[in-house]
Write a protein that binds this ligand. Structure first.
Ligand SMILES: Nc1ncnc2c1ncn2[C@@H]1O[C@H](COP(=O)(O)OP(=O)(O)OP(=O)(O)O)[C@@H](O)[C@H]1O
Length: 700
């Protein structure tokens, strides 16, 4: 296959991004426009008959606090719902027509904003949720927005992500089309040159700030700092990726470099922020840092580091505060006045004009403050999406770091890439890639068949070595593409894991990590009876238990509800085996919070939850995909598939299996039919053989 020209490569990424946007919008419009609001409410995607109160907060945004008034609800507590901080919600009068899948105000055309008015709706970010309150933050309410008396909120799709990705990819494309000389970083990313490393002199070894780093972490750090354009840090489960990145960031700051730290989602960014904001004894001066992003999306203990919080404590912020108060007072009078107190006619018009002017002034002055704060920061932290926001518009960085890069789509990575001279990616391409709607991953996540093969080579080397080739889909992440393009010399692997027992380690290490992943001494002998209150017991102290249901006629069932997810599978007998074993564990004083149950199939997750949660609500039960990055002392995996044909569907996906078997710290329990599962792939066959040999095998 001939190498693709870089222009074609970027155009392909733009095309794939647009296809993903279309797929997401289609899915959400199918769900929202066709579904009556009552169904959305039952599904937790809408909440109705709410009353609201407004105030100003969060950098001048309008906050709307929603509650359930006694006139319409018997309890002030919300029923179970799907609104989480950071989600986008459409707020509208109760009973307004039109589906919820309409676009967000931001990033949409003027025409669309106009339409939004006709619909009497307003898009807002969920800021905080409690049992009986939901607070929404509205960026730019229209001037004459009046809070309806009875309110309904509906979850909506957010197109801004894709609009921003295309914007930055187009920016890179324009550089190429204008034949501008490419920076060394872009040349390397687009396959026009090989990456280079400035070797450190052996006489001047790196002076590590954190002395407890292990040898592979130190090598990775040294390599990342010496690489001139790009370096990959390969971090299998529990190998201290965050620890390693924090050292790299501190070293960069010590060398007076400015760093932009990103993650595909907020959590990895906040994990780094949490560690970085605590001074290290060997590097005690506080690092000037700022967290860019909607405060609603930042972990609550860290909001003081946000750009919003920092902007409101500068010298110039007092005046801005005064303007804010003035806006708040005027808006309150205009929005909340009713009956005789309602301001009308020309006076109302005049007051809104005043609010408009004040808002303009507020934005101008606040923009100045934001630039001042960002200029002072040595380290700026944001999601890949957040890095493309207005506040970072004119800033450049010496180093861009992207954590969990194997979970970020390549278009998302191009947003921060265009702001940096050098790129460090950290991740593990042998764990699950980003969740997508445009590829066959949706089918797979519902339990359908995957067209993908499941070999390690496939996950690691999805395209041709040495050549820039067009990505077949967005599952090919930048991390794995660069590995294929430039070869393993651009990566360093973290080899010591601090999570699980030696036995749990041995299969994934041997099969996926070339036997190089080893447990640290502090975890290699971990067992269940180390937990407080749990007595030593030969069976329970076995690190791996396998309930083999082969020959027991414990067959799977297709989900029967005919709804979304109908291709999913469940297995009632397996669920019973799991339930009984949970009881055994709890009877042995294993705290329910130390137990997690996972399954690749959503229908099985629901079944397990309905069976086990009434008795043990504290036990986490979830899909394998949603458990990536998580860990617990005991993890029970229900494999579900059991049929005469040896069909295993998307269970075959090697990266999903890897995530399944690397969550537990002390006790891995697998429930499955070895006969069916062995037929799925060579990897599954070997896993079943390994379990038969190495695990404590139990017949249910
Ligand atoms: N060199 C080290 N010595 C001792 N403990 C370490 C070392 N490096 C990391 N750890 C510990 O290992 C655990 C995992 O580290 P960290 O959170 O940095 O890993 P991670 O790779 O980011 O995790 P994940 O696999 O969840 O992404 C933490 O408890 C951390 O303190």
């Amino acid at each position: 296959m001939a190498a693709a020209p870089p222009e074609e490569f970027l155009k392909r990424l733009i095309e794939l991004t647009k296809a993903e946007q279309a797929a997401e919008e289609k899915e959400s419009s199918l769900l929202f426009t066709n579904a009556p609001v009552s169904l959305l409410e039952r599904s937790g995607l809408a909440l109705g008959n709410l009353s609201g109160q407004t105030s100003i907060g969060l950098g001048g945004r309008l906050l709307v606090e929603l509650t359930r008034p006694a006139a319409y609800h018997s309890s002030p507590d919300f029923p179970p719902h799907d609104f989480r901080p950071g989600d986008l919600a459409r707020l509208r009068p109760q009973g307004a027509s039109g589906g919820g899948a309409r676009k967000a105000a931001k990033g949409s055309s003027k025409e669309e904003k106009g339409k939004q008015k006709d619909d009497e709706g307003l898009d807002a970010v969920v800021y905080r949720t409690t049992a009986n309150k939901i607070v929404l933050a509205v960026d730019e309410p229209s001037d004459d927005f009046v809070l309806p008396e009875r309110i309904q909120i509906i979850k909506v799709a957010n197109p801004t992500t894709f609009v921003r990705q295309c914007f930055f990819l187009n920016r890179a494309l324009r550089k190429l089309e204008a034949a501008e000389p490419l920076s060394p970083l872009l040349s390397v990313l687009l396959g026009q040159q090989k990456p280079t490393v400035s070797q450190r002199s052996p006489d001047e070894p790196l002076d590590f700030i954190n002395e407890n780093l292990n040898a592979s972490q130190k090598k990775a750090i040294d390599f990342a700092l010496s690489s001139n354009e790009v370096a990959l840090i390969w971090g299998p489960p529990g190998t201290g990726k965050t620890e390693t990145l924090v050292e790299i960031i501190r070293q960069c700051v010590r060398a007076d470099k400015r760093v932009l730290v990103c993650g595909a989602s907020n959590l990895p960014v906040d994990n780094i922020l949490a560690r970085l904001s605590v001074p290290h004894p060997n590097f005690s001066q506080p690092i000037p840092l700022t967290r860019v992003g909607h405060p609603a999306r930042v972990l609550s203990g860290l909001t003081r580091h946000t750009l919003d919080a920092q902007s409101s404590s500068t010298d110039s912020s007092a005046l801005v505060e005064d303007i804010k108060k003035e806006i708040e007072e005027l808006e309150n009078t205009l929005r909340n006045g009713s009956g005789k107190n309602r301001i009308r006619g020309s006076e109302r018009k005049k007051m809104w004009e005043e609010v408009r002017e004040l808002r303009k002034e507020f934005r101008k002055r606040q923009g100045g403050i934001v630039s001042e704060v960002v200029s002072k920061a040595k380290v700026v932290l944001a999601t890949t999406h957040g890095a493309g926001g207005r506040s970072l518009d004119r800033f450049e960085f010496d180093v861009v770091i992207i954590d969990e890069a194997a979970q970020a789509t390549e278009p998302a990575c191009w947003i921060p890439i265009l702001k940096g001279k050098k790129l460090i990616l950290a991740g593990d391409h042998l764990q699950l890639p980003p969740t997508l709607k445009s590829s066959d991953r949706l089918t797979k996540s519902l339990g359908g068949k995957s067209s993908k093969t499941a070999s390690k080579e496939d996950a690691a080397h999805p395209s041709q070595p040495g050549k820039l080739t067009l990505s077949p889909d967005l599952e090919v992440t930048l991390f794995s593409r660069l590995l294929a393009l430039h070869g393993p010399s651009i990566r360093r692997m973290l080899k010591v894991q601090y999570r699980f027992n030696e036995k749990i380690n041995s299969f994934p290490s041997g099969m996926l990590y070339d036997g190089e992943l080893v447990p640290d001494d502090s975890v290699k002998d971990r067992k269940l009876s180390d937990l407080e209150g749990v007595e030593a017991d030969e069976d329970l102290d076995e690190p791996v238990v396998f309930f083999d249901t082969a020959g027991q006629a414990m067959y799977e069932r297709a989900a029967e509800d005919g709804s979304f997810g109908s291709e999913s599978k469940s297995n009632e007998n397996e669920a019973d085996v799991v339930h009984k074993y949970v009881q055994t564990l709890v009877n042995a004083d294993v705290p329910p919070t130390s137990i997690s149950i996972i399954s690749p199939y959503n229908s099985q997750v629901l079944l397990l939850a309905s069976l086990i949660h009434p008795q043990y609500p504290e036990i986490e039960i979830g899909s394998v995909d949603s458990n990536q990055g998580r860990e617990n002392d005991v993890v029970i995996v229900s494999l579900v598939r059991s049929n005469a044909e040896g069909e295993v569907g998307f269970l075959r996906e090697l990266r999903r299996l890897n995530v399944s078997m690397t969550r537990p710290r002390r006790h891995l329990v697998v429930v499955g039919d070895s006969e069916t599962v062995s037929k799925g792939s060579d990897f599954l066959k070997k896993w079943m053989e390994w379990l038969e040999e190495e695990a404590l095998v139990k017949v249910p």
